[in-house]
Ligand binder design. Structure first.
Ligand code: FAD
Ligand code: SF4
Length: 594
């Protein structure tokens, strides 16, 4: 029996106390910081702009569409942005007739269950160049709905500059972070199959998801091409976690693909049940929800952080929280925004921004190129239960490992095959009646598709800054984007499309569609950079322990500190880095060195 948990009791928050650490944001980074620091016996205040919501109750992962009044869709006064990113200028929700406008992820299936977890774009606008920004405002942030692909980076990523001369190396190597990846794996659970690849290190895997017939066939074909297809490395506990009473093991119920994401029994990692709830059980954590932080406060004489100022998201009253240290984990773009907003006489360009690099070197993943087809041997065969698992497969990077291509860095593919609850051919098959139904049934189990995620180069000229003319619903100045894909991303996307087709053709799949179109900037939901780490305070914002070069008791523990995007999904790395930094911070606090 899983335990449900109540909303945080905000009245318990004592704002007279100087906490050992004040953490801003409760997603992957903030949740991990809370776990590690409370485990060290430190007294921690966690401030989260959103509400506490029990996803065990709201996600309804097992509800059939016909059991829902709108088949899982949002009410008519809600709208999800789709082509507005391309045909309109930001702020995209401005002048919209809908009461509540949400980002593009809310155009997928089952979005009625997730509509309270993400922001209303009307209340939280942003300006500048095209960007599809997905934001969750709730305890747990985007981990409540993430896609769960949990990958490690390697020295092919950390030392990429040594290989191709572009950008900067990270100030750490794989050996520095490997023990922390291990800790994250063992504490949270990750499923997968070892492949022994130097460019995609194996994790401490629990039981892998099973590849089905078409996927096994593609795996064998790719072996012949010197490429790898491995079962989806899911941040999901498939064997269970004895040390965590808030999470169940994965029953393989096949519900993952039906909604935007999330798992109502928390087999898939989410920060509230994986990290925050256990941290609260130590007695060292105070969670304050509805707390929108708008400034890091500093001592004007020493320049050190003294805490943060925040607004109650409901009453809009302003408060101050005091901490010996402050850790920002509001997500890549929101943490940069907070640093830039925190101008003072000690830090006239914003806290920690003497280098002028805050907001810059912004990077992410480019996606769009994809391929879909049928495995002809399976047409008309009895259907199998293929979506009873938290993911399909992953094809790791194969470009620029040993041989140079016409572009820098690499890309990987996420894909899947087989029968789903709502069969893919139902929407693409023309016609109606008996013939239509037979075609849909015959082809339902034979589908296979995959799409690419590629590294966007971190460039200084891609950045976010504060727009002094536009404010959010709380009166806080918003972000203005100056960010776009460049020539390398265009060349890479063209190669992704060719490579995708080539692999399906080699497997003798019937290709029914393929695309070489790049989706708008932001679509990958893997925004990174903006507060990059490095050894040189002139060209980086934080050191290898995510500690501000300028403000020693200020840390930034989310994806903003990544030096380059690599092509692997970032969340496991965000948490491993954060664990390492918080262990270091606890040492400094014990020695009185911060
Ligand atoms: C649909 C979807 C699929 C994804 N799939 C994958 C995947 O397969 N693999 C992968 O690695 N990653 C995936 N991601 C990305 C992953 O969710 C993020 O990398 C991760 O959640 C980032 O953690 P974070 O702590 O930086 O930010 P978040 O999880 O967004 O948490 C930030 C928190 O800070 C709070 N906050 C923001 N501003 C303030 C403020 N001013 N004051 C107080 N609190 C504030 C927010 O409310 C939020 O709770 C996916 C994301 C989505 C939405
Ligand atoms: S397949 Fe597993 S991880 Fe996915 S929703 Fe079901 S139980 Fe959760």
């Amino acid at each position: 029996m899983l335990l449900q948990f109540p909303a945080a009791n905000n009245s318990e928050v004592d704002l007279k106390t100087t906490y050992d650490a004040v953490i801003v944001g409760s997603g992957a980074g903030g949740g991990m910081a809370a776990h590690v620091l409370t485990a060290h016996g430190l007294r921690v205040l966690l401030l989260e702009a959103g509400r506490s919501q029990d996803t065990g109750k709201i996600l309804h992962s097992m509800e059939w569409p016909y059991d829902h009044p709108r088949r899982g869709n949002m009410p008519p006064e809600y709208h999800a942005l789709t082509n507005e990113y391309t045909i309109r200028k930001s702020p995209y929700a401005q002048n919209s007739p809908y009461k509540n406008v949400q980002s593009y992820v809310q155009s997928w299936g089952g979005t009625d269950y997730t509509k309270t977890l993400v922001v209303n774009e009307k209340e939280h606008p942003y300006t500048g160049t095209r960007y599809a920004w997905v934001r969750a405002r709730a305890v747990g942030g985007k981990t409540n709905i993430w896609g769960r692909l949990a990958l490690r980076l390697s020295d092919y990523d950390f030392k990429a500059k040594d290989r191709d001369g572009f950008g900067e190396n990270w100030p750490i190597s794989y050996a520095d972070i490997e023990p922390y990846y291990d800790k994250v794996d063992l504490y949270l659970g990750v499923s997968g199959h070892p492949e022994n690849l130097p460019y995609l290190p194996d994790s401490k895997f629990q039981r892998p998801v099973k590849l089905n017939y078409a996927e096994m066939h593609l795996r064998e074909t790719l072996k012949g091409m010197g490429r790898v297809l491995t079962p989806y490395r899911a941040g999901v506990t498939t064997d269970g976690l004895k040390h965590n009473k808030y999470r169940s093991r994965c029953y393989g119920r096949g519900a993952c693909g039906r909604h935007v994401g999330g798992c109502d029994i928390h087999a898939a990692f989410d920060s509230p049940t994986g990290l925050i709830r256990p941290a609260m059980d130590t007695g060292n954590l105070t969670l304050r929800t509805n707390a929108t932080v708008y400034e890091v406060t500093v001592d004007k004489n020493t320049g050190k952080a003294t805490g943060v100022s925040f607004l109650d998201s409901e009453t809009r009253k302003s408060y101050q929280a005091k901490g010996k240290t402050v850790l920002l984990a509001a997500s890549t773009l929101e943490s940069a925004r907070l640093l830039l907003l925190s101008k003072s006489s000690a830090h006239p360009n914003g806290a920690g921004n003497s280098s002028g690099h805050v907001g810059h070197n912004f990077c992410e993943h480019v996606m769009g190129p994809s391929v879909a087809g049928f495995m002809k041997d399976l047409v008309g065969k009895p259907r199998t239960l293929d979506d009873g698992r938290p993911g399909g497969f992953y094809v790791p990077r194969f470009r620029n490992l040993n041989k140079r291509s016409g572009f820098l860095r690499g890309y990987g593919f996420e894909g899947g095959s087989g029968t789903e609850m709502i069969p893919g051919p139902a929407s693409t098959t023309p016609g109606f009646g008996e013939e239509y139904k037979k075609h849909v049934r015959d082809y339902a189990g034979a589908t296979i598709s995959m799409g690419a995620f590629g590294e966007v180069l971190a460039r200084y000229e891609n950045y976010v800054g504060i727009d002094p003319h536009v404010k959010d619903t709380f009166g806080i100045p918003v972000l203005r984007f100056s960010y776009q894909f460049g020539e390398n991303e265009r060349k890479m996307a063209a190669d992704m499309a060719v490579a995708a087709r080539e692999m399906f053709e080699a497997a003798k799949f019937e290709v029914v569609s393929s695309s070489d179109e790049m989706l708008p900037e932001g679509w990958s939901i893997h925004e990174l950079g903006t507060v990059r780490m490095g050894n040189d305070p002139k060209t980086s914002v934080v050191n290898q322990f995510q500690q501000s070069h300028d403000v020693k008791n200020l840390l930034v523990v989310d994806g903003s500190t990544h030096v380059s995007a690599s092509c692997q999904n970032p969340t496991w790395t965000i948490m491993a880095l954060c664990w390492r930094s918080c262990d270091h911070l606890a040492e400094l606090l014990k020695k009185g060195e911060v």
